[in-house]
Design a protein around this ligand. Structure first.
Ligand code: SAM
Ligand code: SF4
Length: 477
């Protein structure tokens, strides 16, 4: 059974959905007033090391950092915050694209409705299960279900997504199953979010793409996605439905990254104020070339590699307890650079065409990928870099979500859970799926981790590790 214990299913707070919290004029004003003042920047970086996060104005000042010396100090602070909160852990997952049929015309995406040059499909339940089996056999425990915005009427419309979730969770192979399925689908009504929650999803994720209304209108040419307010209020509805772990993101390249970063901060602030907890994860997709989407070849506000590294570091110090997700859009080198700057979750071995895991990678995925390495190759590299790959799904399965998660995370108590769970789920992976060279590198990483841990976490880890070595599986605390 995919859900072992869920202690909460209560319906979230009901609020009136307005988007007044999004204040572009305020963002412009703080940005105009922010300058690269070395003294102030150092003061803010010292504050960031207290792990309490930063305000809108403070993030604006950090976004002005240009001098190499100060950039390095920003990176050092980000690395400090990351190691204090997340240690060396890196959670792994893969996206599962179930459909590339879409009624929207987003000018940057290969799935846009007007692109006649890709073959369209919405996978059937058996195909979804075959894809899931393939991912389970690679060693994955955590997936992100992704779909274009148009669910086949012949399969019950939105019911198709719910059936797909059930189909994924039903797959049980000898070597394991999917223990947490996150979802990235277009905005829904409160009742539909409730159904997603009941179906047992982990995080509900949606990217605003751009918080700049004019740009948003210019790049979303037709379909429901044209409605900016409906999209920007989607996470309110998800939280009203009781989904506590929500994920945000911006598609970098559409509009000025500083404006986007500050608007994202406003969005997080709004959720914190309304629901007591902000977002669980932030994704940082950067626009990549996509077939049939000429804009993607030359993004109107392209973000350079230097700026991209800064974005990750600023987010890390600004919202220290929020996970940062790095996808395979980025090259292996860029992913490596950002691990140290604050990333806590990475995808690996990804395919963005429906059926891609069983039928092979198509030239017509959603966009061009920068990292084509397998899960095992990514795991081996992480181990060699002294990171600790983690396949943990414990929090969601124990109902440690939303406020409960933050209550443990903020005083630093969550590491007593995360570190042992990372070690045991990784050991499980190494025994069940890894080649001998990966296993050797991984066990070395585990040994280093045990030495770094405090005695209590180390004892808990060793107890759980012994169970794994004795043949028990799915051990967590
Ligand atoms: N169709 C739904 C939607 O738009 O919300 C679900 C997910 S969509 C398949 C996933 C995300 O891919 C989008 O939110 C967008 O940020 C990103 N994306 C689209 N085109 C991209 C491109 N050319 N490069 C990088 N990311 C892209
Ligand atoms: Fe459709 Fe999403 Fe692509 Fe837009 S980004 S065309 S909504 S799949």
């Amino acid at each position: 059974m995919h859900i072992v214990q869920r202690k909460k299913h209560e319906v979230g707070i009901m609020t009136e959905n307005t988007t007044d919290w999004l204040d572009a004029a305020a963002v412009q004003t703080v940005l105009q007033n922010a300058t690269e003042d070395a003294g102030r920047i150092r003061e803010l970086l010292a504050k960031a090391r207290e792990l309490k996060g930063l305000s809108l104005e403070e993030v604006a000042v950090l976004s002005r950092v240009e001098s190499p010396e100060l950039v390095q100090e920003l990176f050092d602070a980000a690395r400090y915050v990351k190691e204090e909160i997340y240690g060396r852990r890196m959670v792994l997952f893969a996206p599962l694209y179930i459909s590339n049929i879409c009624a929207n015309d987003c000018v940057y995406c290969a799935f846009r409705s007007t692109n006649k040059n890709i073959s369209r499909s919405a996978l059937g339940m058996e195909q979804i299960q075959r894809e899931t089996s393939e991912l389970v056999e690679q060693g994955h425990k955590r997936l992100l279900l992704v779909a274009g915005e148009s669910y086949p009427a012949s399969r019950g419309g939105f019911q198709y997504v719910l059936d797909a979730i059930a189909a994924v969770y039903q797959v049980t192979e000898k070597r394991g199953n999917i223990r947490r399925l996150n979802v990235n689908v277009a905005p829904l009504e409160v009742e539909q979010y409730r159904q997603l929650l009941e179906a047992g999803i982990g995080t509900y994720q949606i990217f605003q793409e751009t918080y700049h209304r004019e740009t948003y209108a210019a790049v979303h040419l037709s379909g429901k996605k044209r409605d900016f307010d409906y999209r920007v209020s989607a996470l309110d509805r998800a939280m009203q439905a009781g989904i506590e772990d929500v994920g945000m993101g911006v598609l970098f390249g559409l509009h000025d990254w500083r404006f986007e970063l500050l608007s994202l901060m406003q969005h997080i602030g709004h959720l914190e104020q309304t629901f007591g907890v902000g977002c669980h994860t932030i994704s940082v997709p950067r626009m990549e070339p996509a077939q049939g989407a000429p804009m993607s070849e030359q993004p109107p506000a392209a973000v350079s590699d230097d700026e991209f590294r800064k974005i990750v570091a600023i987010l890390r110090v600004a919202v220290p307890y929020t996970g940062i997700i790095m996808s395979t859009r980025e090259s292996a080198q860029m992913r490596r650079d950002t691990y140290a700057l604050g990333v806590s979750q990475v995808s690996a071995g990804s395919r963005t065409n429906p059926g891609g895991y069983t039928e092979g990678e198509a030239a017509t995925g959603q966009f061009q990928l920068g990292d084509h390495r397998s899960l095992e190759e990514v795991v081996q590299e992480l181990s060699n870099l002294a990171y600790l790959p983690s396949f943990c799904t414990a929090c969601y399965r124990l109902g440690r979500t939303g406020q409960d998660f933050m209550d443990l995370a903020k005083p630093g108590l969550i590491r007593q859970k995360c570190d042992p769970n990372a070690v045991t789920t990784f050991q499980e992976y190494l025994i069940d799926f890894a080649s001998s060279s990966t296993r050797a590198a991984g066990e070395q990483a585990i040994a280093c981790e045990l030495q770094r841990m405090d005695p209590k976490a180390c004892r808990a880890s060793e107890k759980m590790l012994n169970k794994i070595l004795a043949g028990k599986r799915d051990v967590y605390c």
